[in-house]
Design a protein around this ligand. Structure first.
Ligand code: ADP
Ligand code: MG
Length: 399
């Protein structure tokens, strides 16, 4: 993979650096941040810039205000939380690159931090607007993208801006592409990929790419029922994407041609209704009854998947094994997380995907995983082998 220029490749003393971060944090109904992980993950790059004496102009989107000023989506809570974490003032502009931003930037000293209001208050942001990019470039000398979770979108602050400012990536993005890039291009083998979650439709390209890259692909979650149906099993009332049955069959054929082993669940925790308190029992794949809904992988499947994980040198996981939001259907997902966490330092374990990452965090296992990607959609695109527009836009490093 082409190397990208990093923030450390520039002399940033006294420079005005426009830093794109992903502060799209969850807020409760009172507007209080319920999880500040994304903010904490950006600290390394911000602290580096402070130490080097840059003038740091931070920008991010938050929620979907759709090009209008929506006070609930103000970045104020993020500016306050960042100030608290850094123990330094963070001034928030009232506009997106307008008169107020200019005024705050003019008043900056080396090491100071200014945050612009929510990028998506301006309709130009999501339109990848040249006009807005020029506005941003008028008060900055350098652009740094450390928002991995936004790199799969071509917006002004991730793409167009690079046409008007020299560009680079921060430490967070660097780590994402280093760990996932080597798993994609040159994984230590056996390379085991676990795919779950709700829809094949969302993961067509990932599955297709992994059938040729991985040594073993383990399939769980709702999507496994489409594969099982493709193999002729009756899966009761489990979720099946009927228009993807042929595709599932093609994937299994491709895997066979590539010598990739695909393992589908051999047993399931089924319920009679889609409900957190539903009656449940374990059935083998060939024993579904007509009203059974597959909610989780069963104990034999857990054992089978664990065995594969324990033999791997690289493991990539995307998508829960069951309806893990309901405690009684979370065993499969939890077991995969635990198995990956107990792999030890010699195994590269990677988790991509919003729901899989939150399952691991809920168990407090993230420290024992090599890399939990900060980008749900972006990590999926990356592992699909798709070029991320935000990454393609950054200047290449020539060594
Ligand atoms: P990720 O965010 O990790 O990529 P997805 O968004 O693809 O994962 O899928 C997560 C969703 O899949 C969860 O909401 C989970 O409840 C759902 N899911 C997993 N297994 C099943 C199942 N057997 N039936 C219905 N939904 C399922
Ligand atoms: Mg999801």
């Amino acid at each position: 993979m082409q190397k990208k220029l990093m923030i450390t490749d520039y002399n940033i003393k006294g420079q005005r650096v426009l830093l794109r971060v992903d502060f799209n944090v969850p807020l409760n109904s009172k507007g209080v941040i319920t999880n500040d992980k994304k903010i904490r993950e950006s600290l390394q790059t911000i602290q580096y810039m402070m130490q080097e004496g840059a003038k740091i102009i931070i920008c991010s989107h938050l929620g979907r205000p759709e090009g209008k000023v929506v006070p609930e989506f103000s970045l104020k809570p993020c500016a306050e939380r960042l100030a608290k974490l850094l123990k330094t003032p963070v001034l928030l502009s009232t506009d997106v690159g307008g008169v107020d931003t200019h005024k705050l930037v003019r008043g900056m000293k080396d090491g100071d931090i200014v945050m612009m209001e929510n990028l998506r208050f301006d309709p130009g942001e999501e339109q990848n607007s040249e006009e807005l990019a020029k506005k941003f470039a008028s008060f900055a000398d350098l652009y740094c993208n450390d928002a991995f979770g936004s790199m799969h979108r071509a917006h002004t602050s991730t793409s167009k801006i690079t046409e008007f400012l020299p560009s680079c990536i921060g430490f967070l993005v660097q780590r994402e592409i280093e760990v996932m890039g080597s798993a994609l291009e040159n994984p230590r083998r056996p390379f085991v990929v676990i795919v779950g979650g709700s829809k094949i439709k969302d993961k067509i390209t990932l599955l297709n790419n992994m059938m040729s890259h991985a040594d073993t692909v383990l399939i769980g979650g709702a999507m496994s029922y489409t594969f099982l149906k493709a193999q002729g099993y009756d899966v009761g009332k489990s979720i099946v994407e009927d228009d993807k049955i042929d595709f599932a069959r093609l994937l299994l054929e491709k895997a066979e041609k590539c010598g990739t082993e695909v393992l589908l669940p051999v047993d399931h925790v089924v319920a009679d209704e889609f409900n957190f308190a539903a009656e449940s029992r374990v059935v083998r794949t060939e024993k579904f009854e007509k009203d059974d809904i597959g909610m989780d992988i069963g104990p034999k499947t857990i054992k089978m998947f664990e065995r594969e994980i324990f033999h791997a040198r690289t493991v990539f996981w995307n998508g829960p094994m069951g309806v893990f939001e309901f405690q009684r259907f979370s065993d499969g997902t939890n077991a995969i997380a635990e198995a990956m966490a107990s792999c030890g330092k010699n195994v590269t374990t990677i988790i991509g995907g919003g729901d899989s990452a939150s399952a691991v965090e809920r168990l407090g296992l993230q420290e024992r995983i090599t890399h939990v990607s900060t980008g749900g959609g972006a990590s999926l695109k990356f592992m699909e082998g798709t070029t991320l527009p935000g990454l393609a836009a950054i200047s290449d490093k020539h060594e």
